[in-house]
Design a binder for this molecule. Structure first.
Ligand SMILES: Nc1nc2c(ncn2[C@@H]2O[C@H](COP(=O)(O)OP(=O)(O)OP(=O)(O)O)[C@@H](O)[C@H]2O)c(=O)[nH]1
Length: 183
């Protein structure tokens, strides 16, 4: 029996649990009361092979989901990245592909162009570095990523404020009624 471990990734409310629950139960359950990370287990047979499947479903609201970057990335054999097609910012999360150990030229198996092409294909930023030998490139990649993330966070905050003020206007209209033009 093979053990297969998968992890879901994606921003808050993208529908990670909905996709997984649809797979596990064939049903769509609109709201999940869960506020913790979940590990689901299922036995299945694929291509005549019996498998023990484990799927890690992080909950964005729980503080423990922060471990997503520490544990599931090592733990999982495969990932499913879910984004919400009605949220453009969901596909704009900046990702840096970093080719490290550039100093090991004699042992190189992946050429720089290959890394760059992979990054381009997946809309990632790309940089080759040597943590052993160079500070500047690493510092500037962090700074670039942090600037992009700050821009994104600002967009999100602006959008929330805007939709918040729209709902406040709606609420005021509902309570006091729209003024009719006098005829
Ligand atoms: N219309 C529509 N709504 C969906 C779909 N999938 C999920 N939702 C809704 O999107 C919301 C978030 O879904 P979840 O599955 O809880 O999303 P999540 O990514 O697990 O959320 P977090 O755990 O908070 O990160 C819920 O209100 C779902 O009902 C879908 O395919 N279509």
């Amino acid at each position: 029996m093979n053990d297969i471990k998968l992890a879901l990734l994606g921003s808050e409310g993208a529908g990670k649990s909905a996709v997984l629950v649809r797979f596990l139960t064939r049903r769509f359950i609109g709201e999940y009361a869960s506020n913790a990370n979940s590990l689901y287990r299922k036995r299945l047979s694929i291509d005549g092979r019996q498998l023990n499947l484990e799927v890690f479903d992080p909950c964005s609201q729980s503080a423990e989901s922060r471990c997503i970057l520490e544990e599931p990335v090592d733990w999982a054999d495969g990932f499913i990245v879910v984004y919400n097609i009605s949220d453009r910012l969901d596909v704009g999360v900046p990702i840096y592909l970093v080719g490290n150990k550039q100093d090991l030229c004699h042992a190189r198996q992946v050429c720089e162009e290959e890394g760059r092409a992979l990054a381009q294909e997946n809309r990632c930023l790309f940089q080759e570095v040597s943590a052993a030998e160079n500070y500047q490139e690493i510092a500037s990649l962090f700074t670039t990523l942090i600037r992009l993330v700050m821009e994104q966070l600002k967009h999100r905050a602006d959008r929330r404020r805007y939709s918040g003020s729209k709902s406040m206007a709606k609420l005021i209209n509902n309570v006091f009624g729209k003024r009719r033009k006098s005829v």
